[in-house]
Ligand binder design. Structure first.
Ligand code: PAF
Length: 281
């Protein structure tokens, strides 16, 4: 694996490799890598001849500065995992490298409706920051395909919108299934911050999603939502939303539909740790 910290060097390397008609698969991350990230690397390796991963904890997508300060960093362990996974290139830039003229001076994108609901509403400015950094990284790496995890469902929809906004009509945005722990908890870098008892109860989020899915033909969503909110509260969670939406455009739904693909989404906090998850119905 070749590691680059500098934009010009990685650009030169990738453009040389592209001359050999290579297909580049890109996996942007914020580090603290886990099996979910590694599944994205594996998929990118299957589909492409060059896999490029980035690790950059992007300050512009943290609406809560405390969350940024506490974001887990484990670069040495991450490099080890990427080496074992057979990743070809790692881009490890500094904040100054990505935002040399200050964060405010780099292009942002307007995601409209997607920025007004769920994560957009609860984390003002978050998707603006995600669009800004992924836009910047795409301009540097110029991949053929982008690999992202379904766990951040709304982010997936935002990034699907970003590609055409940037004029990257040929970029394939590939959404990979959420990797889960044995008890169903979605893998997330934030799980590392859970205490042992918090980790044990965190599986209830998955249980709620399964219950929303399994009751779609026999109940109404407002009833199931209330059951989930009560269950989460009983386990010590402060829930931000339990929502149902059209899986194609994230239009919020007040009840189950039989004629549309749906997605159930949950955001909830235990102690200081905010966890999100979703399930397609
Ligand atoms: O999902 C993430 O880890 C981040 O939001 C991303 C896509 C790497 C942008 O910083």
């Amino acid at each position: 694996m070749v590691i680059f910290k500098n934009i010009n060097d990685i650009k030169k390397y990738i453009s040389l490799k592209k001359e050999g008609e290579r297909k580049v698969g890109f996996i942007p991350t914020m580090g603290a890598l886990h099996a979910g990230h590694i599944s994205l690397i594996q998929k990118a390796k299957e589909d492409n001849t060059l896999s490029v991963c980035s690790i950059f904890v992007n300050p512009t997508q943290f609406n809560d500065k405390k969350d940024l300060e506490k974001y887990p960093v484990s670069t040495d362990a991450d490099i080890e995992l990427l080496l074992n996974a057979g990743c070809d290139v790692l881009f490890l830039p500094s904040v100054e490298e990505i935002y040399p003229d200050g964060e405010a001076n780099f292009k942002t994108y307007d995601f409209g409706y997607l920025d007004t609901i769920l994560e957009g509403a609860k984390r003002p400015g978050h998707f603006r920051g995600v669009g800004q950094v992924v836009g910047r990284l795409l301009e540097i790496v110029m991949p053929d395909s982008l690999y992202i995890g379904q766990k951040d469902y709304q982010q997936c929809m935002v990034l699907k919108k970003l590609a055409p906004m940037m004029g990257l009509d040929n970029l394939e945005v590939i959404i990979c299934p959420t990797t889960r722990e044995a008890d169903g908890l979605a893998m997330s870098s934030r799980n590392r911050r859970l205490t042992e008892p918090q980790r044990v109860v965190a599986a209830v989020i998955y249980q709620c999603l399964v219950s929303i899915q399994s009751k779609q033909l026999t109940s109404h969503f407002d009833i199931v939502r209330k059951e989930c909110e009560d269950l989460l509260a009983a386990k010590g969670f402060a829930t931000e939303y339990v929502a149902l939406a059209d899986a194609r455009d994230l239009t919020l739904l007040s009840d189950y539909k039989t004629d549309a693909p749906m997605v159930a989404l949950i955001a909830t906090k235990i102690g200081e740790i905010r966890l999100i998850d979703n399930m397609l119905l």
